[in-house]
Every structure is written in C-alpha cells, then in structure tokens.
Design a protein around this ligand. Structure first.
Ligand code: FAD
Length: 512
C-alpha cells in the first residue's frame, strides 16, 4: 500500500484506492501509452503495436508564443529537419541558378525568390506528412489521441483535450517522448513580445524580411543560411562561439563561408532590448561585449535561436518525484531508458544525454518497444552518431572533434590527416572552395583507429552517412587508404587524405 501510494500529495491519496484495485486486478487499458507523437513516440508506438501490444499515443501541440500550431509528427516533421532541409534546398537552388549561367543556361532577367510560393509548397508537404502519420497509426492499430498527457501515477495518464475534457488511460508501461521547445531569453525586454523562434519561421505566410538571428547553434546558422540564400538581409548575433560542441576549426570554416556568402555576423555581441517602432520595424539594441559600446539597428524580424528547453511542464513529473537533471531539466535515464519511477520510460530530446536528433529518437524508441514487448534485450548505442549541419556549406561529422580527441588522447596521441579540396562542380562555376575541407582524426599509435571524421562541402550528409558505417565498424586509417574512391566525387577525397597536420605541409589537393 505504501509503495503504491508514495508521496504526500492530496491528489495521490484520493487516487489511492483506485490504483490499488486496478493493480490487484492487473488490468490496464493498454500495454503501452506513449506521451508525445514526434519522431521517437511514433516510432516506439508503431513498433510496439506491430509486436502485438495494445498501444495508445497522445500528441498535443501547445501553440508557440506567436500562436503557430501544427499537426501530428513532432518537431522534425513540422518545425525542424523537414521544413529546414527544404528551405535549405530552396537556398541551394539560388546558388545553382547563379552557377547555371556559367554552365550555359540562358536565364533572362533578374532572378528573385518568392517566400509565399516556397512556404506554401513546404507547408503542404508537411501537412501531407501529418496525414501520413495518422494513416500509419490507424493501419498499425495504434490509438491516436489528440490530447495533452500528464502522469497521475506509474500506470495512469490523464489526458486533456483542447476543450478541457478529461480522459484517464491506464497502461502497464508509459513512455514519455515529449521533446523540447525553443527558449526565449527571459532578461531582454521585448524579446518574447516581438521575436519569433524556429517554431514560427517555417509557418510564416509572408517573408520575414531583414532578419536578426540571435544565437550560433546549428539551428541559428542553418536558419541564417537559408534566409541569406533566398536573398534576405540576414545578421547572426553571436555572444561567444559558433557551433559549440562541434570541431571548432570546422565551425570557423562554416561561418567564414557564410560571411563570403553574404550572411553578416555580429561577433561577441549580446542583445539588450527589442522595441517596436511606429513604422512596425523592430529596433534592436545590443552591446558589444568586448568594447562595452551600445549599438542599434532595425529589422523586420528577430529570430531567437538560443537553445531549447525540455517539454516537461505539463507532465506533472514533480508529483511522481521523477529525477530530473538540475541544469538541463531533462529526465535522468538508465541505459534502458528507464526513469526513476517504475514502469515509466523516456527518450529522445526529453532524455538527459540523448543526442537531440531524429534518427537517435527513432532508433531508441523502436529498441525500447522491442524490450518492453519482451522481444529483445538490445540497448540503444548512443556512440558514433553521425550528423550534418545544413549550412550553405554543409558540414558532416562522426566521432570526436579534434579538441575532444586531444583532450582524451593527448596532442601526441593523435594524428590528424587533412585536405583542402575543390569540388569539381565549383570549377566551371568559378566558386570559391577555400572552406571545402576534410579532417580525419586518428589514434597515432597502432592501427591508427579513426576517432573522428569531418567533411565540409556539397552533400555532406550523404558523404558522412556512408563513412559512418565504416566508423561504426572500427575503421582505421589503413582501412581508409585501402578503400577505392569513386571518381569524380567529393567523397573520394576522404579516402585520399595523406597530409598530416603535424607535418605542416600544404594540405591543398591538386589534380585528380
Ligand atoms: C530547426 C530544427 C532543425 C532540426 N534539424 C534536424 C536535422 O536536420 N536532423 C536531425 O536529426 N534532427 C534535427 N532536429 C532535431 C529533431 O527535430 C529532434 O531531435 C526530434 O524531433 C526529437 O524527437 P522527439 O520524439 O524526442 O520529440 P519531438 O519530435 O519534439 O516530439 C514531441 C511531441 O510531443 C508533443 N507533446 C509535448 N508535450 C506533450 C504532452 N504533455 N502531451 C501530448 N503531447 C505532447 C509535442 O507537441 C511533439 O509533437 C532539428 C530540430 C530543430 C528545432
């Protein structure tokens, strides 16, 4: 009884008898209830249903501060990977149009970009994905409920509709996959009132116009990149460093390229306030943190990309005494995605230590479903996760940054092979390739196991995905050299790297 009725909260006492009766009968409405229908939650619920489990998934989108809403599928589908990559593609096409003239295409008149056309096409695609997810859930016999879930106890979820109607669901196991949402700064007057975030940008019907992007995370740089690429006057305001956690030499190349591409950077600057002028323009006041001087400029939009917060507010985790990380607010997890409360699991962006990436959320969700259904004991392996930053010059990587490899193995314990190369498609187009670069960080001793692989250039995600498998298999530098290239590609330059940083020799690739 004491175990079932843990905690001193009144709501628990009132639910106690109900819980006891239910547990003694051992009957639940579902084998599994998943809260959150994003990348992870959908994958987990569909996998569980396929394994014969009775499953319900709850998904509810709290509108953004600006009132933007979207459908089923979570961050990736609606306000993340998908619309981002499509807007990135729109920007790449702008560069391709410029290149096309050099390749003989006769393009008469000035070329301009229309936001409304792009946005409508992308939004329609996203809506088709929302619909596709609903159909898949139906086909796989997963009960979908468009309600906001909170936890009453280790087997009970309360759901609330938009209209305030309550539903109680009981389950043998509960999974939390509620992801995160963009943060606003709390100490900058006008920030929330006048600013937007990545939750809004992809759903704007009108062009954001001249935009200030605050922050230098990958989300900030990707948004600034596609805004510049479609011809908008775009500035990135960076307080400290760009792409924290990524290899900093490469982060420098990515932002250098963006600067030559037309993105403006306000380095070492911190916004102070945002005011709406009578003209409707947003006046941003900021401080140069190096000189202490104050500056002002006006923008049509201010996009805050200053980090994301886990979506735990509505879940009632404190009442269950669930352990959260004090700094991040994310849920502390065991290696099997268990939380500190029995029968409740969590993963994806809400989970402490889980990479904030769609493929890791999907894989973790599927593996968890298999374990909960008693079909497998395989745990999610969060090591060696590849990723790509879709900036104008794309950056793909897997494994350790040079800084991290040095920290773990010592400067003399690593060998760094590198090359500056020119993508063939840049030659006729006369594009500058100064930042197209490959870096392979290896152990110095023995077989020279590869510790990290970094690539900037066209199609970085496609290139990195292939090498990630070799990396997962424990590839060494000699494996790389034994691999025959595919000519003429950018990826072949990876298997040809032979200049070490230590040698100080020129790493520019010349000839085939
Ligand atoms: C701009 C941007 C670009 C990105 N680009 C990439 C990329 O290129 N590649 C990549 O791998 N990753 C990318 N990501 C990250 C990726 O989108 C996330 O890592 C991924 O979506 C996390 O999945 P999840 O299942 O943990 O959560 P989410 O996908 O966020 O899903 C959580 C769902 O739960 C719902 N929810 C929250 N609380 C409740 C509640 N109480 N009741 C019911 N439902 C609730 C939410 O509304 C949401 O639908 C990007 C993210 C952003 C913001």
């Amino acid at each position: 009884m004491a175990a079932l009725c843990r905690g001193r909260h009144r709501w628990k006492r009132t639910n106690c008898l109900y819980v006891l009766t239910r547990n003694l009968t051992g009957k639940y409405d579902y084998d599994l209830v998943v809260i959150g229908g994003g990348s992870g939650g959908l994958a987990c619920s569909k996998e569980a249903a396929q394994l014969g489990q009775k499953v319900a998934v709850l998904d509810y989108v709290e509108p953004s501060v600006k009132g933007t809403k979207w459908g089923l599928g979570g961050t990736c589908v609606n306000v993340g990977c998908i619309p981002k990559k499509l807007m990135h593609q729109a920007a790449l096409l702008g560069t391709a149009v410029k290149d096309a003239k050099k390749y003989g295409w006769q393009i008469s008149g000035p070329v301009s970009h229309d936001w409304a056309t792009m946005a409508e096409a992308i939004q329609n695609h996203v809506r088709s994905l929302n619909w596709g997810h609903r159909v898949q859930l139906q086909d796989k016999k997963v009960k979908y409920l468009n309600i906001k879930g909170s936890l009453l106890d280790e087997h009970t979820v309360k759901g609330l509709t938009k209209a305030g109607k309550e539903t109680i669901l009981t389950a043998k196991n509960i999974v939390i996959a509620t992801g995160g949402r963009p943060k606003y700064p709390t100490n900058i007057p006008g920030a929330m009132e006048h600013g937007i975030t990545s939750d809004d940008i992809f759903w704007l019907k009108k062009s954001p116009g001249k935009t200030l992007v605050v922050g230098a995370s990958y989300v900030a740089l990707e948004c600034a990149g596609f805004l510049t690429g479609i011809g908008l006057d775009t500035t990135v305001m960076v307080r400290s460093i760009a792409l924290r956690g990524f290899d900093q030499q490469i982060a420098g190349l990515v932002t250098d390229y963006m600067e030559t591409y037309g993105t403006k950077f306000a380095w070492k600057c911190a916004p102070k306030r945002v005011d709406k002028l009578s003209s409707g323009a947003l006046q941003v006041t900021w401080t140069d943190t190096q000189t202490g001087s104050e500056h002002k400029d006006t923008y049509d939009s201010v996009l805050w990309a200053v980090g994301r917060a886990p979506e735990t507010k509505a879940l009632g985790l404190d009442k269950l005494g669930m352990q959260l990380n004090n700094e991040t607010g994310k849920i502390v997890l065991g290696a099997d995605e268990s939380t500190s409360v029995p029968n409740i699991y969590a993963f994806g962006d809400i989970g402490e230590g889980c990479p904030e990436l769609t493929p890791t959320a999907i894989k973790a969700g599927k593996l968890l479903a298999r374990r909960l259904a008693g079909q497998s004991t395989e745990l999610m392996n969060y090591d060696n996760v590849p990723t790509t930053v879709f900036t104008p010059l794309e950056y793909g990587c897997v494994g350790l940054s040079e800084e991290e490899a040095e920290k773990r193995h010592g400067k003399d314990g690593i060998e760094v092979y590198h090359a500056f190369y020119k993508p063939l498609e840049f030659t006729v187009a006369e594009r500058d390739a100064s930042q197209c670069y490959i870096k392979v960080v290896c152990e110095r001793a023995g077989d020279q196991k590869i510790l990290g692989l970094h690539f900037t250039g066209p199609n970085a995600g496609e290139v990195t995905q292939g090498f990630a498998m070799g990396f997962q298999c424990g590839a060494t530098y000699s494996h790389l050299l034994q691999t025959v290239g595919i000519h003429p590609t950018c990826a072949e330059e990876v298997v040809k790297v032979n200049i070490t940083k230590r040698s100080g020799l020129d790493a520019t690739v010349t000839g085939c």
